[in-house]
Every structure is written in C-alpha cells, then in structure tokens.
Design a binder for this molecule. Structure first.
Ligand code: ATR
Length: 496
C-alpha cells in the first residue's frame, strides 16, 4: 500500500515539528518543504543542517526545496538553491527530491552523485503545472535512469488525461510516484494503490496545502486505506461534476471499514462519461455511484437496466457483473420513497415542483405507489412532456395513477388534494442559491407535507416557510442516506 507522506509546509521548524507530532501515528514519512520556511529559518538550516530532521524520529524524510516554476516558493537563485541542497545532504534525510526537468543535465551539478554516495534515496521529479505531458512513458524511464524513484506530478484537464497517467504508471516497472494535480487528479492521490505508487503526499488539515488536492493523513489512513496497514482489493467510485463536496466517499468508505472489507471508494470528477467508463473497465471498478450531470449517460452506458432506470432514464448506480458488463439501477426512487413510505397511503395526491431528472424519479416513485401527481414547472411544456412520457411508461407497466401538468403555483392557487404532499425537486434553494424559493407567492395552508429533496442546506427557504405555516416538513438528508444505503447493499452483492 502507498505510504503516507506528510508535507511539512509551515514557515518555521517549530510549527513543522508540531505538525509532525500531531500526525505522527498516521504517517510513514515526511517531506520538509524548505522553500516554504521563512528566510531566517532557511538561514538557520544553512548554519545547522541537522536541525532540519532532528525531530523526525522513526520515519523517512524527504528534503525538498521547490522552485516557483514547479509550484514551490523558493525565491533565491538557482545557485543558492543547489548550494543549500548540497549543504543539507549531511543533515540525515533519507530521501532528496531533485527536479530532473532539464534534459542533458541528469545530475543537477553533482547532487545525485553526492546524495547516492551518502546513501540517500534520490527522487527524480518532474512537475507539469498545467497539463499532462505527451511522452509520459519515456519521461518516466528518463527519471528512473536519473534517480531511485521517478516522480511525475502533472495536472490532468479531464478524465482522458487521468487515464494516461494511470496507463503510464501501471506500465512503469521501476519504483515511482505518479500523481495528478487539481480536481481531475484527486483520485490518483486516493488510489495510489492502483498506480503502483510508493507513497502519496498529504497535507495537514487547516494549513497551507503543499499542492491542490492534498488530503489529510488521518483521512488517508482511516478512510482511504493507506499506510502500512492498508489493503485494497476492489475499487468503487462516484462519478460527477462537481464531485468535491459529495458525501458518498465518506459514507461508503466508512461502511467498508466498519464491515472489515478491503474495498476503496474514490471520487472522480468526470467531464466525459464514456471515457470514464473505459477507465471503469480498465481498473476495474466493481461499483459506481453516478451523480449530476451523468445519470442519463449512465443509463445509456449500462448493458442492462432495471424498471426504475427505464422509467426515469436516469441511473445513479452501476454494478459490475461477473462478465464485466455493468448493470444499471436507480436507488434514488427507493431513497425518495423511504422518507414518506409509511405515510404514502394518506396522500390523496401530490404536487411535484420541477420537471428535470430528479422530478422524474419523484413522480415515478409516487405514481407507482398509487398517488396521483400534479407536475408543476417554470417551463410548462417540460412538465407536460414529463407527464406524457411517464404516463405511457406507467401504463406499459400496468399502472394507472393519474398524472397532470401545470405552471408553478402562485398567490391564491388552490392545489386541492394535490396539496397533501408538495415535493420540491428543482435546483432552487440548493447551495449556493441559499435565498431561492421556487414558489415564493404560494401560501401554505398548514396541512401540507412539504418534502424538499435538497440536503445542502438542510433547511431551504421553502421548508422554512412551510414549517412556519405549520406544515410537516422533510428534507433531503434522509433520501441521501436511504439511496446510499440501497447502493451499499448492491455494492455488497459483488464483494466476496
Ligand atoms: P435535475 O435533473 O437535477 O432535476 P434539471 O434537469 O436541470 O436538473 O432540472 C432543474 C429543474 O429546476 C427544472 O425543472 C427547472 O425548471 P425549467 O424546466 O423551467 O428550467 C427548475 N428550475 C431551475 N431554476 C429555476 C428557477 N429559478 N425557478 C423555477 N424553477 C427552476
């Protein structure tokens, strides 16, 4: 399993030593970023190099003085930087990171030779701050010829670049660390196992991150199965865009750990879903959660789908079958119903606000539960289309709950029996639209049950108004948990 390397990014050695002590039980190695120390601390190290490692007992330590062009903060000259690195070779570091980006200058002014002579492991590194180079394979070979460990940190600009990084890492037999920077690279920091990486870099929470996408050591160890005790045999993922704030990685990894399973769940920012499915087959991914905006693409990508996916044309779960094909399931329907199932028979009718994918799942869930539904949308024609399409599908399935369409209710609108349950599925009121209310003029009578499927924030403006009017309210957290639980149970079916 990849070791966890804590990047020490503070301005003073005292702060760095404190960070090390704080995370000691979670890390296998540290990287001292000398370029981030303030000038007087750098001067101290020049005078007394051993002060740089004196506190890092029992773990490997990397000496790094990163240039600005590589994302570092070194302000001095290149001559001074090389001189400082050379001087610090006697400090007791086990590793040294040397930027090997200058073709024809493999041994940066004799450092590699001196480091080797001192028994220090040389990490030959290349940083590409805004792209992934085309020649990854030859570049890794070149780096391995220079140092003991080849390191490439490059910034993927989409899932295709991520795949190229993975292919190059897997094809390279020599010791290496291949990392993707930025939001499209986060998964490489979490699934270094699949890349064959020796270690992964992490930064303490709440301090300056050494590079974008870093995760705190305790999270890497406990949630993402890194470090000496980690072990991973199966991969799962969530695919979406944005995905950074998804609660799913924490939810599923916690459950895998609690059940003692060697499975790892990884978030992927996905721009191109077909490209992502190629990656899924290569890794392979045993199960995939799919979120906005890829649920319809997932429904098309699945080899087989269940009734719920056919009806909603949206798939939030893909399960890998033994023959490698993916089966599509929609657990949003079950998740949606779980919060109101015990009350379903009391609703004489329901109003669904919105006519997008989320509305489709809610309308299908309610109608197949026998509840007549009025679909209200800002764009009436979309509501009418949804009603016509779902109506036909429900009839094909032998169900006959009446569906109708209307504009959004305003001041004075009487919803009648359709007011028993009002379901809010539009994006209005969702973070960051914290003030939004899709029906600001509609006056609640107090007898309605109002269900907003949004879970961030937990209390949306429409729910607040409904509560003040005396209505029963339901927010989206229960739906999230229930669809995630249903998904987890599906994931368990493909684990040994
Ligand atoms: P999803 O698939 O997640 O449901 P979607 O297909 O983009 O997302 O649908 C978003 C829903 O929110 C639509 O019903 C949209 O109404 P339109 O069909 O008229 O676009 C609704 N919506 C978005 N912004 C809105 C706003 N400011 N007021 C009212 N409805 C809004």
């Amino acid at each position: 399993m990849p070791d966890i390397c804590l990047c020490l990014t503070a301005e003073t050695m005292a702060q760095n030593n404190a960070l090390f002590r704080q995370y000691r039980s979670h890390v296998d190695m540290v990287e001292l970023r000398v370029d981030l120390l303030d000038a007087s601390e750098q001067e101290n190290l020049r005078a007394d190099p051993k002060a740089g490692v004196s506190d890092f007992h029992g773990v490997d330590s990397i000496l790094t003085v990163r240039r600005e062009v590589d994302g570092g903060h070194w302000k001095g000259s290149e001559t001074d930087r090389i001189a400082l690195l050379k001087r610090m070779l006697s400090a007791g570091f086990t590793h040294i990171d040397i930027e090997a980006d200058l073709p024809g200058l493999p041994d940066r002014l004799g450092i590699v030779q001196s480091a080797r002579a001192a028994g220090i492991t040389v990490i030959a590194s290349r940083h590409c701050m805004d792209s992934v180079p085309a020649d990854l394979d030859t570049e890794l070979q070149r780096l391995s010829a220079i140092g003991d460990c080849a390191k490439i940190a490059a910034r993927p600009t989409g899932i295709a670049d991520f795949r190229r990084l993975l292919h190059a890492a897997r094809a390279h037999a020599e010791p290496h660390v291949v990392l993707g920077m930025g939001s499209y690279g986060v998964a490489s920091r979490i699934m270094g196992h699949a890349f064959g990486n020796l270690f992964t870099f992490s930064s303490a929470a709440d301090v300056q991150q050494a590079a974008s996408g870093h995760i705190a050591p305790d999270v890497l160890q406990t949630l993402f199965a890194h470090g000496k005790t980690g072990s991973v045999t199966r991969y799962f993922a969530v695919a979406g865009d944005p995905v950074a704030h998804s609660k799913s990685p924490e939810y599923h990894n916690r459950r895998f750990r609690a059940d003692g399973l060697n499975a790892l769940y990884v978030p992927f920012r996905v721009d191109d879903f077909d490209e992502f499915m190629e990656l899924a087959r290569e890794l392979p991914l045993s199960g995939i959660s799919v979120t906005v905006p890829h649920k319809e693409s997932a429904a098309r990508a699945a080899a087989t789908v269940n009734e719920g996916v056919t009806a909603t044309r949206a798939c939030n779960t893909l399960i890998r079958e033994p023959d490698g094909a993916y089966r599509g399931v929609n657990t949003d329907i079950e998740g949606f119903l779980s919060c109101i199932r015990d009350r379903l028979s009391t609703f004489r009718g329901a109003t669904v606000l919105g006519a997008g994918g989320a509305a489709r799942a809610a309308v299908y869930a309610l109608a197949s539960g026998g509840v007549p539904v009025l679909v209200c949308n800002r764009t009436l024609s979309r509501a009418q289309t949804l009603v016509a399409e779902l109506g036909a599908i429900l009839r094909d399935q032998g169900q006959s709950a009446p569906l109708s369409a209307a504009a959004l209710p305003g001041d004075g609108t009487e919803l009648g029996v359709y007011g028993d349950l009002i379901v809010q599925t539009s994006s209005v009121g969702m973070h960051p639209d914290l003030e939004g209310d899709p029906i600001p003029a509609y006056r609640f009578g107090g007898t309605e049950t109002v269900y907003d499927i949004i879970y961030t924030p937990p209390m949306t403006p429409i729910l607040k108004r409904a509560e003040q009017a005396g209505c029963a309210t339901v927010n989206g957290s229960g739906m999230f948990d229930a669809q995630a639980d249903a998904q987890y149970r599906l994931f368990r079916t493909v684990l040994p």
